[in-house]
Design a protein around this ligand. Structure first.
Ligand SMILES: NC(=O)c1ccc[n+]([C@@H]2O[C@H](COP(=O)([O-])OP(=O)(O)OC[C@H]3O[C@@H](n4cnc5c(N)ncnc54)[C@H](O)[C@@H]3O)[C@@H](O)[C@H]2O)c1
Ligand SMILES: [Zn+2]
Ligand SMILES: [Zn+2]
Length: 346
């Protein structure tokens, strides 16, 4: 029985705490499905959304969350690719047009008509969430709902971001920022056969990176990452920046060896200086990278299902979301906090 109302965490005003409220459960239309949420990871993007950090603002009021995993409980009239009882994830790439230049070339993440979960449409900080069946992530039965949720955004984002560094097995990649995204990036990079240098500003994050297989760690508050890594390795073939501080982007470029590529995942508000002379003479490539396609998603999930990548998670409650955001602002979360919202059995 699907109830008429549900509990949700709702943002009404940027920079203000979320309110826990009863709101209507929506009916799925056309290609949509209704998902009963079991877990939802808390991504730093949700905090940016609630602070109104970016030039394009989310809708208000907003139910944030784009790492929701749960059971399909109702289908819109046009849905044929999932059935009730399937386990799906409701990602940032909530939907896209399906026919633009980007959609038809396997770049639906760049579709100008895309909708974004927990941003332009309501997301997973709720007992139920509506999703577009054509864009959900698909999970096998018997998953660990807490550990799998972060793959829906953090996992696929760094998996794609690492591919975008154009590095090959045996080469060096630096992961800057060992938070929710970065601690998964270390594991994907090791599974891809790369040597990994981890950069953060907190020793506990670096200890986590080391325990997950990082070969070298650098605390950027004590040591200049670029000169240290160039001395130790000759420089990075690739750098993936997931850090929430603009200075990390500049330092990431300084760590590259000639012909290297830096892939940018982190989205702190602001900008950084790109040195023209060094970029030209060293043939650096600087590349933004936004989540991943549906194909990237299924590949990224594959690594987790095979046990090659496992999120380090702490379970939280919907009611604790404002405290979790405070901890995130302070940088005191290890790995990912995942909200435990519904029962893991249907
Ligand atoms: N491009 C995308 O598709 C995409 C997807 C998801 C998240 N994001 C963005 O990625 C960023 C990270 O998200 P998260 O959930 O991992 O955040 P998080 O808060 O879990 O982790 C951020 C990490 O950055 C570290 N950090 C802060 N300053 C640093 C510095 N100067 N040098 C190195 N490390 C530093 C922190 O210690 C922390 O470990 C956010 O800006 C988020 O919006 C982008
Ligand atoms: Zn995210
Ligand atoms: Zn499109």
């Amino acid at each position: 029985m699907i109830p008429k109302t549900m509990k949700a965490a709702v943002l009404h005003e940027f920079g203000k705490p979320l309110q826990i409220e009863q709101v209507p459960v929506k009916q799925p239309k056309e290609n949509q499905i209704l998902v009963k949420v079991v877990t939802c990871g808390v991504c730093h993007t949700d905090l940016h959304a609630c602070e109104g950090d970016w030039p394009v603002k989310p809708k208000l009021p907003l139910i944030p969350g784009h790492e929701a995993v749960g059971y399909v409980v109702a289908l819109g009239p046009l849905v044929s690719n999932v059935k009730e009882g399937d386990i799906v994830g409701v990602p940032w790439l909530f939907s896209a047009c399906g026919y633009c230049e980007y959609c038809i070339s396997g770049w639906e993440t760049l579709c100008e008509s895309q909708q974004n979960g927990g941003y332009s449409v309501d997301g997973g900080y709720a007992e139920y969430v509506v999703a577009d069946a054509r864009y959900v992530a698909h999970f096998p039965p018997n998953i660990n709902f807490l550990e799998i949720a972060p793959i829906t955004c953090a996992g696929v984002t760094v998996y794609k971001g690492l591919k975008e560094t154009d590095t090959k097995p045996g080469e060096w990649v630096a992961i800057s920022g060992i938070g929710g995204l970065g601690h998964l990036a270390v594991q994907y990079a090791k599974a891809m056969g790369l040597h990994v240098a981890a950069i953060d500003v907190a020793d506990d994050k670096l200890a986590l990176a080391k325990s997950l297989g990082a070969d070298i760690t650098v605390n950027a508050t004590e040591t200049n990452p670029g000169s240290f890594l160039k001395r130790a390795t000759g420089g990075m073939h690739g750098v993936l920046v997931t850090a929430v501080s603009p200075i990390a982007f500049k330092q990431g470029i300084e760590a590259l060896r000639r012909k290297g590529t830096i892939s940018l995942n982190g989205l702190p508000p602001g900008s950084f200086d790109l040195p023209i002379f060094d970029t030209v003479l060293n043939r650096y490539t600087v590349r933004g990278s936004i989540v991943g396609t549906r194909k990237d998603m299924q590949e990224a999930i594959g690594f987790a299902v095979e046990g090659k990548v496992k999120a380090s998670v702490h379970a939280g409650k919907l009611e604790d979301i404002n405290q979790i955001f405070d901890d995130m602002r302070k940088g005191s979360i290890e790995g990912r906090v995942v909200l435990q919202i519904g029962s893991p059995t249907l």
